[in-house]
Design a protein around this ligand. Sequence first.
Ligand code: CMP
Length: 431
Amino acid sequence: MVNPENRFKALWDWIVLAVTASAAVEIPLRLALDIPLRGGFLFFDIFISLVFAIDFVFNFTTPAIVNGTLITDKKIIARQYLRSWFIVDLIALIPWDIIFGSGLGWLRLLRLVRLAHIATFMRRVSKANIINGSVLRMIFLGFWVALFAHWVACAWIGLGAGNIGHEWHASKALLYLRSFYWAVTTMATIGYGDVTPITPAQTILTIVVEVIGAGLYGYVIAIFSSLISKLDVAKNQFSEQLEKVNTFMRFRKIPSDLQDKIRSYHEYLWESRRGYDEAHVLSDLPDSLKLQVSLFLNRGILDKVPIFKGAGDDLMQQIVLNLQPVIFTPGDFIFHEGDMGTCMYFISRGQVEVVSKDGKTVFATLTDGNYFGEIALLLSQPRNASIRALDYVDLYTLERNTLEIILEKFPKFQEHIHDLAQKRQAEIKKA
Ligand code: CMP
């Protein structure tokens, strides 16, 4: 049985979609231009039938996801299919024109009912979140409009193509090109009037296309403009928020150098995390998901800090759930010498300096993967130095309680952290 979520099924769905779309182009074109079903066209027709037939069988046996649960019982799957797409797929599968005689070639058009699958397919692709939802909708809308224009062009040819001119009848390609041009200009309500209807049927088609075209034109413009505005919701929200901050800063006459700092902080937020506050995103999730997301998001810091590398799953989870992200801007003091300490820090990104109380003597520079602030916790004493951010720094804090649990469970880490603390303490005393 094929799992509905596996790669093969996804690839197969794309193949069926491509075949359906090609059939939607080929069948009306062949009928309009009166191309006999021979050679390449016959081969393609057989290929379509084969793909539809295989898909038909697949659908009877592929487990389906209904209301979030995977259904694997064959009987239920078949019943589910019979109740949903069975009729549509069956209509598309049966070679009606062969059964009822080749004079009824237009019955081939019944294959196009399968296009109804496209909406479901689109929903599935947008759920996979591979491309931006708005871009996807624009692609699909473009596809439908182009396909409709093609059908209109084919209908126009089928009805005799109006006063299209002899020169355009010279070849099938020219005839189609001119008819497609008529379809697009009429649909877009441009209507130059150079190709016009002659017969009543052509006139009726023109009226119908004009009326649909006028509505469609407005609809497409409206949808496109709304989709374009939604293309980057995160960026829009962020720009809006920045604009509010800018207005506030102007209104409160905040000094321009401070304004620059605030703007540059917002820029950093955008560049480093697309403006999202990790804690806020996580707070909306249930605990199990929160843990998985935290493990994934904090993977970077866990990989960078050598002492975390050997940690088992339990400990890792405990650490991850207790790491709190904080950001400091260039020049900020994270804490001052003599402060009481309640947590230690891990550097995820950026550089900090370990400095004297007056900030003039630099004892050390620490960067990605290093930690600081452990001595005050280990020796229960005030901070022995001040820490200053050199650039934007992304830090994670770990509270005293969690550190104690980790030290208890991880004797090696305890040894390492104590040794380093002694060395650091000695260096500070020497200076
Ligand atoms: P704590 O005393 O809690 O606060 C200041 C921190 O600076 C200290 O913990 C150490 O983590 C860190 N620190 C102090 N001296 C040095 C040093 N010589 N090299 C690196 N880090 C240091």
